[in-house]
Design a protein around this ligand. Structure first.
Ligand code: ZN
Length: 226
């Protein structure tokens, strides 16, 4: 579902569907601005989910390996960095838990978003039916052709591709993550996609594929406020 995402004067996108919850604060950064992130990870393109509540205070700043964060601690934002990979922010409307996911192709292939749903359930008793999910700016199939080896890793997630047709593909990473959310029990009408492509819009976004030499990254973060 494509709900409205608004670009603030601070250069940060926010999803209306999440904004209705006054106990949270979230945002997807652009070249013009990034939201705060108190806790970040050393991102390693894995499917490892880290509970921010379990991190020691000296390990909250990019020290711990992983690619998704979960938390229910008030006033501590959790964030991930991307430049083409898919940023996904989740909230549990019932238990006030939040999650931030970094899903590149390796993370998507190993179902990091599905793993995040499982981690939320285990840590906070999150029922997927209470989740709202926002998918931020990332590289889209218009700009993301992958080789046969990468495509093969997604044959189970895109059964419509067919088996016999081994070929390069235009991979739809946000769709792979959306499917993981739905398969995990998140209602379809609570998954919101901004539909913005980082590679198509150089004035707004950093793109690793477009500018591999440019180390710019955007931050996406979410916090429970109360
Ligand atoms: Zn594009």
């Amino acid at each position: 579902m494509s709900a409205s995402f608004r670009l603030g004067a601070d250069g940060i996108y926010r999803c209306d569907a999440l904004q209705q919850f006054l106990w949270q604060e979230h945002g997807f950064g652009t070249r013009r601005g990034n939201p705060p992130a108190d806790v970040t990870l050393h991102q390693v393109h894995s499917n490892r989910v880290v509970n921010a509540n379990d991190l020691r205070s000296d390990r909250t700043d990019g020290q711990t390996d992983g690619d998704a964060l979960i938390s229910d601690r008030p006033r501590e934002s959790i964030g991930i960095r991307t430049a083409d990979c898919v940023p996904i922010l989740l909230l549990d409307a019932k238990n006030r838990a939040v999650a931030a996911v970094h899903a590149g192709w390796r993370g998507a292939a190993t179902e990091i978003t599905k793993q995040t749903l499982l981690a939320l359930r285990e840590a906070f008793g999150t029922n997927p039916s209470a989740i709202y999910a926002a998918i931020g700016p990332c590289i889209r199939p218009c700009c993301y052709e992958v080789g046969e080896e990468v495509a093969a890793r997604f044959s189970a997630q895109f059964p419509e591709w067919g088996r016999e047709d081994k070929a390069r593909r235009n991979l739809d990473l946000p769709e792979a993550n959306r499917r993981q959310l739905l398969a995990g029990g998140v209602p379809e009408d609570r998954v919101f996609d901004c539909c913005l492509c980082t590679a198509c819009q150089p004035e707004q976004f950093y793109s690793y594929r477009r500018e591999p030499e440019n180390p710019g990254r955007m931050i996406s973060s979410i916090a429970r406020l109360a």
